[in-house]
Design a protein around this ligand. Structure first.
Ligand code: GUN
Length: 293
């Protein structure tokens, strides 16, 4: 059994990007610039955005944080998006979700220029991804695909079960793994809250990607010998063992499942660290594409 070390791979990718940024700087090129719009003070969103800004600083990108109060109107927010669309110095930007209930996330996402949509949430990018065309792929699926690639995990002809059909994880991942090429060519089943036989499907699967946000959902008896397990769950559960009183818990019962697997991602330190580097990679790509026109 091999543990997929997302922390190590993410550090390698960051170093690779930092090297590219150094080359850009020394040749007098434009430094990649990522902006983030944050509405309100939702604590997890504050943490995520702070992590994104910190990562930009570490690798030498420029970053800009645009903050608004919770009571901002949808129109004002969409105007701010249009301003970033027009801003020649910004290569890519994100609008941190969730947004307050009075704002349509879909309207806001659709107002982002697809060429700057480094989150890969715009329907144009999702459509291009489904067709196997070059596109921005959202951070978590892109991070998982990169882990599979770097660990050279075979996917062709494998039975792959993706559990969870969210627009930002399960749905794109199920598409990516069924595309032609590598990592892809898998036979994918997308399970969700209305699927009645998940344990049965899981037991037949070569690759299980658990992205349902239900701590410890995948047990040892649901997994066949030699399976590959990718755990996307990161639920904060109460714990007496940590100073904060919480610990991050995956969708997989790691101690039961790990001895049966060929590969497994731990939580924390598996998929999580890959998400920010995927955003950085998309920003670098956006910057290069803007330069080459
Ligand atoms: N909220 C949780 N994850 C994400 C993400 O990847 N991008 C944005 N914009 N918001 C999020």
């Amino acid at each position: 059994m091999q543990i997929i070390d997302g922390k190590k791979v993410a550090a390698e990718i960051k170093a690779e990007i930092a090297l590219e940024v150094d080359c850009i700087k020394s040749s007098g090129g434009k430094i990649p610039h990522l902006a983030a719009i944050l509405v309100g003070h939702d604590p997890p969103s504050e943490t995520y955005v702070a992590g994104k800004v910190r990562a930009c600083e570490e690798i030498g990108f420029k970053s800009t944080l645009v903050r608004f109060d919770n009571d901002i109107s949808e129109e004002t927010l969409i105007n701010a998006v249009h301003n970033l669309n027009k801003d020649a110095d910004i290569d890519g930007f994100i609008v941190q979700l969730p947004l307050p209930g009075h704002i349509s996330e879909q309207n806001v996402i659709e107002s982002i220029d697809p060429a700057k949509d480094v989150d890969g949430f715009h329907p144009v990018n999702i459509g291009r991804m489904v067709l196997g065309m070059p596109s921005f792929i959202s951070a978590t699926p892109a991070g998982i695909i990169e882990l599979i690639r770097r660990y050279e995990i075979p996917t062709a002809g494998k039975a792959c079960l993706v559990i969870g059909r969210s627009n930002i994880v399960g749905r794109p991942l199920s598409n990516l793994l069924s595309l032609k090429g590598y990592p892809g060519n898998a036979t994918v089943t997308l399970a969700h809250s209305k699927t009645s036989n998940i344990p049965e499907l899981a037991l037949k699967s070569d690759i299980i990607i658990a992205a349902l946000g239900s701590p410890g959902f995948i047990t040892g008896e649901m997994v066949k010998e030699g399976a590959v397990i990718i755990d996307v769950g990161i639920t904060r559960v109460k714990s007496d063992l940590t100073r904060s009183g919480y610990k991050l818990t995956g969708d997989v019962k790691f101690d039961e499942v790990a001895p049966k697997c060929s590969y497994i991602t731990p939580v924390p330190g598996g998929v999580g660290p890959m998400t920010i580097v995927s955003l950085l990679r998309n920003t670098l790509l956006a910057s290069k594409q803007r330069i080459s026109g």
